[in-house]
Structures are given as structure tokens and as C-alpha cells.
Design a protein around this ligand. Structure first.
Ligand SMILES: Nc1ncnc2c1ncn2[C@@H]1O[C@H](COP(=O)(O)OP(=O)(O)OP(=O)(O)O)[C@@H](O)[C@H]1O
Length: 249
């Protein structure tokens, strides 16, 4: 079976600093794949490199069996979309929700824009009454729903999710995670999701990669992580840290 996403020895360098060191992974179509590791381990850099937003200095990336060139073209954004952590920063403050959703449709030459916008807002549980609001007139959770609608509106097959709920309150976080699960099931999407929260990744993902200092530490199934069947001390220390955090929370 062709992988949805195939990454081979990907390397990213910011000047002298190598942030990603020959990382490889395969994500199957319809799979939900997690990236975990301490702050600065290279999780966001990996997603950003796939999206063409980081300085790649080596390696190969294929999407649905097709190798990507140095620049991401329009066809890439039809297949792969990214949702960022910060729904405040990722939505233009002077554009209405309608305008924000229309922009990608215009760029990609869709004509049935009205129907697509209404459908996208329904799909993320907002409805058409939100169309003419500005982002400052929305709660954090509503903003992230708009960001998800914007990512889905071109009907991609892969979503890259960079801490999509970590800026939200715990109850809103659960709602947005449920929404993401629903749309993944309904659209048979492939997810690659960064989270510092092991419980979120265990719940949302089938498999995951543990990262440290820009490298893979180990690949695990979420079931093995939940059962503490891990091979590396570093992963054990992440688990212990997250359990300590939960106990004291
Ligand atoms: N634009 C940049 N210029 C220079 N260094 C960068 C840049 N972006 C990231 N880095 C560095 O690359 C390393 C990996 O960063 P990255 O954001 O991928 O980590 P992360 O695992 O996602 O961390 P966090 O969980 O805190 O978001 C860090 O040391 C970071 O300082």
C-alpha cells in the first residue's frame, strides 16, 4: 500500500543549528500518527518541513506516493493542510469568517463557494450565523473550529496538526479533539499530530514517534505507550513526567 506520507532522512538546519537530523517515517492512509517529545525536540519543525515552511537541507518527502520538490505547489495544498496551535495568530483579524474561508477556494478556482462555506461551517459545528463575524468576535474554541473549517474546505486527505488544542481550556480542548475525530472518521483523513500531552496522543493516535534533539527515539503504538510497553529510558521519563503532572493537576 502506498503511504499517505513518506519521510526519508529529513534534515532541517537553521544556519548552523541542525533541528531535524535524518528523521524517517511512514504514515499509512487513514492513520492517525502522533509526534511527542520535550520542548525543542523538533516536532513542529518536522510538520513545518513537510508543509514547506522550514529550511530543508536533506532527505525526501512523498505525499501519496509523489515526491515533493523544493517548493510546495497548489496541488500539494489540495492534499495537505496544516492547523496551527494558536487560533489567534492563524486567522487574519481584519477578515470575516466568510472571507477567511473564501480565500483558499478563490485561490484554487472553486466556483460553488457558497455551498462549500456553508457546509464547512456546519461540519465544524458553527453554522452559517458565524459567517460575518471577525475573529475577535469568536471564542478560542470557535476560532480553532474556523481554522479547522479552513483546513478542510479544499478537501485535503492529510491534516498536519501542530498542538491544535493546547491553547484552549480543558473542556474546549475535549470538544475540539472530538470534532477532529469526527471529521477524520467522516472524511477518512490521515492525521499527523504534534502534542506535548501524552494522554491526547494516546487517545487520538494509532502510532507515534518519540523525538529528542531532532532525532527519533522510538516508534510505538499508542496501545503500547498506554501499557508502558516502551523500550527507551527517555520515553519512560516522558511517561513519568506526564503522570506526575496529572497527579499534581
Ligand atoms: N525559525 C527558527 N530559527 C532558528 N531556530 C529554530 C527555528 N524554529 C525552530 N528552531 C529551533 O529548532 C528546535 C526545534 O524546535 P521545534 O519548534 O520543532 O520544537 P518542538 O519539539 O515543536 O517544541 P515545542 O513543543 O516547544 O513546540 C528548537 O531548538 C528551536 O529553537
Amino acid at each position: 500500500m502506498t503511504s499517505a506520507l513518506s519521510i526519508d532522512k529529513l534534515r532541517v538546519a537553521f544556519d548552523e543549528f541542525v533541528a531535524l537530523k535524518d528523521v524517517s517515517l511512514e504514515v499509512k492512509p487513514g492513520e492517525s500518527f502522533g509526534l511527542v517529545g520535550e520542548s525543542g525536540s523538533g516536532k513542529s519543525t518536522l510538520l513545518r518541513a513537510v508543509a514547506g515552511l522550514a529550511p530543508v537541507t536533506g532527505g525526501k518527502v512523498e505525499v501519496n506516493g509523489k515526491p515533493l520538490g523544493a517548493k510546495r505547489d497548489k496541488a500539494f495544498y489540495r492534499q495537505v493542510q496544516m492547523v496551527f496551535q494558536d487560533p489567534y495568530g492563524s486567522l487574519h483579524p481584519r477578515q470575516t469568517v466568510d472571507r477567511l474561508l473564501l480565500e483558499p477556494l478563490d485561490i484554487h478556482g472553486f466556483d460553488d463557494t457558497e455551498r462549500r462555506i456553508v457546509r464547512a461551517l456546519d461540519e465544524v459545528g458553527l453554522g452559517s450565523s458565524f459567517r460575518f463575524r471577525y475573529s475577535h468576535q469568536l471564542s478560542g474554541g470557535q476560532r480553532q473550529r474556523v481554522a479547522i473549517a479552513r483546513a478542510l474546505i479544499l478537501e485535503p486527505s492529510i491534516l498536519l496538526l501542530d498542538e491544535p488544542t493546547s491553547a484552549l481550556d480543558a473542556s474546549v480542548q475535549a470538544e475540539v479533539l472530538n470534532l477532529l475525530e469526527q471529521v477524520r472518521a467522516a472524511r477518512k483523513l490521515t492525521f499527523v499530530m504534534v502534542s506535548h500531552d501524552l494522554a491526547v496522543v494516546t487517545h487520538m493516535c494509532d502510532r507515534l514517534m518519540v523525538m529528542q534533539h531532532g532525532r527519533e527515539v522510538e516508534l510505538l503504538s499508542s496501545a503500547d505507550l498506554a501499557a508502558r510497553k516502551v523500550n527507551q529510558d527517555y520515553t519512560r521519563s516522558l511517561l513519568t513526567a506526564s503522570e506526575g503532572y496529572r497527579r499534581s493537576a
